[in-house]
Ligand binder design. Structure first.
Ligand code: SF4
Length: 267
């Protein structure tokens, strides 16, 4: 396989939903994971023992000496003494940064959405089962003139979309806002470059969040039609997503135009 098979850095701005990804064959991250899993399984179906073997093999990679030599050897290349005492100023700065990110209105909004969607998914179970049973019963009817199986499958997929993205949005947004809030008071070319890189990364994470919001909105709109008795809650969740979308576009105006390798390339 040539290295052109892989799209450089595609996994940096994806939604980690490999099962649904159209680029598994072009993602080095996915290929490496597959390779490790395959090695561990030895062609057999995965069980606890083979999964344990997988993690053991991964740990063994750390001790491999072929590429870098023994860890002790390359660690000695560095001629500075590592002081294990944390720098209090640095610790305070990191903590303040985490706090600022956690308290950012958009991050709070994202968490409010995650909590609301989570509660909805847990409590909608009964309604969804009733709809699914209705669809299955209709599918068995000799008078059925609609593709009810397809409708049941679609409903399952809509739920998967909502469930996947509601937990992805807060951490990805946290990363985007983290990049935006990162303080750097230094001057000079290095600092300018660092600021640019951080903003670029924030835009990339922001773009992933915008895509996740868009897909979630589409899924909720369909679910609204399927479960009219849950409409009020769905509308509240849609309102949160819409506020999040507008807020993110305002906070990171470069996010929408960010080019994600692979995903934003012409097919
Ligand atoms: S780019 Fe696709 S295959 Fe690679 S890690 Fe992301 S979702 Fe998975």
């Amino acid at each position: 396989m040539t290295s052109e098979r892989f799209i450089a850095g595609i996994y940096n701005y994806c939604d980690y939903w490999c099962e649904r990804c159209a680029f598994t064959r072009r993602c080095r991250n996915f290929a490496s994971r597959r390779e490790l899993e395959h090695e561990a399984r030895g062609g057999k179906a995965g069980d606890d023992a083979t999964r344990a073997e997988f993690w053991n093999r991964l740990a063994d990679k750390v001790h491999e000496t072929a590429a870098f030599g023994p860890a002790d050897a390359w660690a000695d290349e560095f001629d500075f003494e590592l002081d294990p005492t944390p720098d209090p100023a640095l610790v305070a700065r990191v903590e303040a940064h985490h706090q600022a990110v956690g308290e950012h209105p958009l991050v709070r909004l994202a968490h409010a959405y995650m909590k609301g969607a989570d509660a909805w998914l847990k409590t909608a179970d009964g309604d969804l089962k009733a709809v699914a049973q209705g669809l299955l019963a209709a599918a068995g009817s000799k008078f059925a003139d609609e593709d009810y199986e397809e409708a049941a499958r679609e409903m399952g997929e809509l739920l998967e979309v909502v469930a996947w993205y509601h937990t992805l949005i807060p951490p990805k947004l946290g990363r985007a806002i983290g990049g935006l809030l990162e303080r750097d008071d230094g001057d000079g070319a290095d600092h300018t470059l660092l600021k640019e890189v951080r903003l670029e990364d924030a835009n990339g994470s922001g773009k992933v969040v915008l895509a996740a919001i868009e897909r979630s909105i589409a899924a909720w709109l369909r679910l609204r039609g399927i479960l009219p008795n849950r409409e009020a809650e769905i509308l509240r969740l849609l309102a949160l997503l819409s506020r999040l979308q507008r807020g993110l576009q305002a906070a990171l105006p470069g996010a929408q135009a960010f080019h994600r390798p692979g995903f934003d390339d012409p097919v």
